[in-house]
Each structure stands twice: as structure tokens, then as C-alpha cells.
Design a protein around this ligand. Structure first.
Ligand code: GDP
Length: 295
């Protein structure tokens, strides 16, 4: 993953690595290449431009031109800035409620149901957590079935109510049920549509308002490039969500979404999905991701 971006950034920085002595022109040219690599990877134009400006300022501030190892210093500056751009530190989810309610949002196909299962499994493996999954997609019976299959696979109970077509009431009943069986985390999977539309937004906004979750997570397919950023913005405008889940990072993604989303909505990426299996979940560490991108 990120091969494209890694190769390009590596090439851009390689020019500098070879130089014992570099000039301002070398730096400018390298930064231009870095910017091009970011744009090619679907990073938003403004963000790429601001990024290279910051790198330039830092490079000059740290006297890269007179440094004994200017190439290495530049690589370090680019890495640090990239880490910062993706959020700096890893951010955990808030599990302080009893139960802690986690609301999943996102488009259909983004990987919400799969991630709900992965998160439930991840938490279930922690001694002190007992999760419950709640199926709130009232439009697609297959989605409810899918969550039940996932729940069975990981040994986590799933609450659903096929007779009820009101997702707000299902979510509330799910939380009430969790309390009766001693679950301390409730993960609510919701209906998504193929594109942002008013009905979906109203529905998720209503659920959000009715249950005031500890964590509202926005799930997004990292393969969707700039669309991922636009969708994130639309959901954040409505939900002011707490974190982003970036799925399908195992695929042929160009990685730009990871870089752009944080800066556009100013919300941390909390987890990543790296495959279809229930174990394919990782906490998002900005510095590890920067390492991966820079190779
Ligand atoms: P939902 O409509 O948002 O609930 O999306 P689903 O959870 O049903 O996922 C849509 C498709 O993406 C399914 O085929 C999943 O197996 C697949 N998927 C979900 N997460 C990942 C991931 O991290 N990597 C890969 N390769 N596939 C994923």
C-alpha cells in the first residue's frame, strides 16, 4: 500500500540524499516533487501546498543548507510534518460510559458493518469489556443478517428488531438491552447509502441526538480518494463526529485520504481496517503511517 506515494516521495528526497552540499534550488525542486507526489496520491491541493511551505520554513529554520547531512535532515522534517498532518499522536476511543455507546456512520459499502464487528472483537478480547452489537439498518434485511453472522463469528451478541422500522427506537432498545445483560459497550451499526443524501443525514442526526453517544465514528473507504474527504466533511457538518475509521488500507489505495481527512475535518483517524477478516484492525499511529508512506 501507498507504493505510489512512497516511491515518489522517495525519489524526490533521493535527489537531496546524494548531496553533501545542497542549494536553495535543490530544496525548492525537491519540495516541488514532494508536492507533486502528494497531489498524485489524491492529497487535497491546498493541504499539499501548505505542507510543502511548512517543510520549507522548517528546513530553512534548521539551516538545512549548512547541515552536514542535509538529505537526512530533510527526510526527517518531511516525516515529522507528515506525522503532524495526520494527527501527531494516536487517539483512543472514549470507553468511559457505562455502557459506552459508539455510533457508526458512513456510506453504504464503506465497511461499517465489518468494522463494527472488528471493533467488537477487539474490545471483546480486552478483559474488562463486554460489547453488544446493535443493527439499525432498517432498509436492508441483508445488513441485519450480515451483522448476526459477524456476531456469531466473534462470539458477540447482536441486538436487532426486524419488526421495527424506526432506527432511533431500535438504538434506544439496544442500549436498554445492553444494560439488562451487563454489556458495557454498545456498538450501533447504522444504514448508509451510496452517496450523501438528506434522508440518510436526517436519520443519522436523529439517532445521534436521541442517544448522545460517547463516540461517533465516521467510517470511510480509503480507496475513494478525494470523495472520502468530501464525504467526511458532509458527515462532520451534521454529526461533529469524534473520529475517523479508514478502511481498506490493504487495497490499492493512494493514501491521500489519510493525509487530507485529518486536516480538512480536524478529527483524528482512530483505527484502520486492513482486510476483510475480523482481526484486520489496527490503531492508527500517525508516525507509523508516515514511516510507511516514506518507506
Ligand atoms: P457497510 O455497507 O458500510 O456496512 O460495508 P461492509 O462492512 O458491508 O463492507 C463492504 C465490503 O468491504 C465488504 O465486502 C467487506 O468485506 C469489505 N471490507 C470492509 N472493510 C475492509 C477492509 O479493511 N479491507 C478490505 N479489503 N475489505 C473490506
Amino acid at each position: 500500500m501507498f507504493d505510489n506515494l512512497s516511491d515518489k516521495l522517495d525519489k524526490a528526497l533521493h535527489v537531496l540524499k546524494g548531496h553533501g552540499q545542497i542549494t536553495e534550488i535543490n530544496v525548492a525542486e525537491t519540495l516541488k516533487e514532494v508536492r507533486r507526489a502528494l497531489l498524485d496520491a489524491d492529497v487535497n491541493f491546498k493541504i499539499a501546498k501548505e505542507f510543502t511551505n511548512r517543510v520549507k520554513e522548517k528546513a530553512l529554520g534548521q539551516n538545512v543548507l549548512t547541515n552536514l547531512q542535509p538529505g537526512q535532515l530533510m527526510v526527517k522534517i518531511v516525516k515529522d510534518e507528515l506525522t503532524e498532518l495526520m494527527g501527531g499522536e494516536a487517539e483512543e476511543i472514549d470507553l468511559t460510559g457505562n455502557p459506552s455507546v459508539i455510533l457508526m456512520s458512513g456510506l453504504q459499502g464503506s465497511g461499517k458493518t465489518t468494522f463494527s464487528g472488528k471493533l467488537a472483537n477487539y474490545l471483546n478480547n480486552k478483559k474488562s469489556k463486554k460489547p453488544l452489537l446493535v443493527a439499525c439498518d432498517v432498509y436492508r434485511p441483508a445488513a441485519i443478517d450480515q451483522l448476526h453472522v459477524v456476531g456469531e463469528q466473534i462470539g458477540v451478541e447482536v441486538f436487532s428488531d426486524r419488526e421495527n422500522n424506526d432506527p432511533v427506537s431500535i438504538a434506544k432498545s439496544g442500549i436498554a438491552y445492553a444494560k439488562t445483560i451487563g454489556c458495557n459497550v454498545v456498538i450501533i451499526d447504522t444504514a448508509g447509502r451510496l452517496a450523501v443524501d438528506e434522508q440518510m443525514m436526517n436519520e443519522i442526526a436523529n439517532i445521534h441526538k436521541a442517544i448522545t453517544p460517547q463516540e461517533t465514528l465516521f467510517v470511510v473507504d480509503s480507496m475513494t480518494g478525494q470523495d472520502a474527504v468530501n464525504t467526511a466533511k458532509a458527515f462532520n457538518d451534521i454529526l461533529n463526529f469524534d473520529g475517523v475509521i479508514l478502511t481498506k488500507l490493504d487495497g490499492d489505495t493512494r493514501g491521500g485520504a489519510a493525509i487530507s481527512i485529518k486536516s480538512v475535518v480536524d478529527k483524528p483517524i482512530k483505527f484502520i481496517g486492513t482486510g476483510e477478516k475480523m482481526e484486520a484492525i489496527d490503531v492508527f499511529y500517525p508516525s507509523r503511517m508516515a514511516d510507511r508512506i516514506l518507506g
